[in-house]
Each structure stands twice: as structure tokens, then as C-alpha cells.
Write a protein that binds this ligand. Sequence first.
Ligand code: HEC
Length: 132
Amino acid sequence: MIKTVYKALLPITLLGAVSLPMVSAAQDKTIHDGIYTAAQAESGKAIYDRTCAGCHNQRFYEQAWPGWATRTVEQFWFYIVSDMPQDNPGSLYDDEYTDVAAYIFSLMGYPAGDEPMEPTGAHVDVLIGSPE
Ligand code: HEC
């Protein structure tokens, strides 16, 4: 119970505007359930190629991934929004960061689905989970 409360409160401390019922409803979901669309990943690839690819290849994410498996979609999104690209953090629009995150998830083998990803909305507390 204590752990559940902690997990529910964490996104609030990060962004300050998350409703609790939404958070608890999504808790058992992971991105294996298909939480981005193929269109988002495709748009993200174009942005990624010109903004991120100079510093990171797929191998970079494979090595970094164990650290993300137990964290949420919102935490991943918030990290790239606030810290990346390292030479110009925060330089993309929020939707562009979302598409880039979708592309990275596709690169790591997570499936696309029907619903567009909303890292600070519907999917705020969805766990990343280990790749297959
Ligand atoms: C100029 C080089 C550079 C660019 C461009 C860049 N990054 Fe990074 N990135 C880094 C460095 C260096 C680190 C390690 C930072 C650290 O450990 O504090 C990093 C770390 C990361 C991590 C964390 C990996 C981990 O250890 O868990 C992610 C995810 C990431 N970058 C994604 C992106 C995305 C997405 C973009 C494009 C929007 C991007 N990066 C653009 C240099 C870059």
C-alpha cells in the first residue's frame, strides 16, 4: 500500500498536475500493451534522425534500457524533454518529444497500438517494462 501511494505521488512531484484516479488506473499497464501509434513513431524517426542520431545509436539504448524498465513513460518523456538533446535541451515541441519517445520505443521492439501516446495524460504512469 505504501509503495502504491509512493508511485502515485511521484509524477505529481515531477510535474505538479496529475489526477490520482487516472494514475492508479494505468498502473499495471506497460508499453508492451501498445501505447503509441505507428504514425507517431514514423514522425519521431524524422525528428530523431536530425536531432538525436548524431550522439545515440540503437546500441546506446540497449545498454541504457535496464535502468528504464521499472520507470514510467512520463519519467522517460520528462527526462528527454528536460535533458535532451544534450547540446540544446528543451528545443523541441512537447509533441515532437512524444513522437521521438514513440520512435525509441519502436526501436526497442515495443509494439505500436491504436491510441496515440500521451506521456503526461492517459499514459503518465504506464511502466516501460523490460523489452521482449
Ligand atoms: C550532443 C550529443 C547528444 C545529443 C544530440 C542527444 N544526446 Fe542524449 N545523451 C547524451 C549524453 C552525453 C548522455 C548521457 C548524459 C548523462 O548521463 O548525464 C545522454 C543521455 C540520454 C539518455 C539517457 C540514457 C540513460 O543512460 O538512461 C536518453 C534516453 C537520451 N540521451 C535520449 C536522447 C534523445 C531522445 C535525443 C534527441 C532529442 C538526444 N538524446 C540527443 C548526448 C546527446
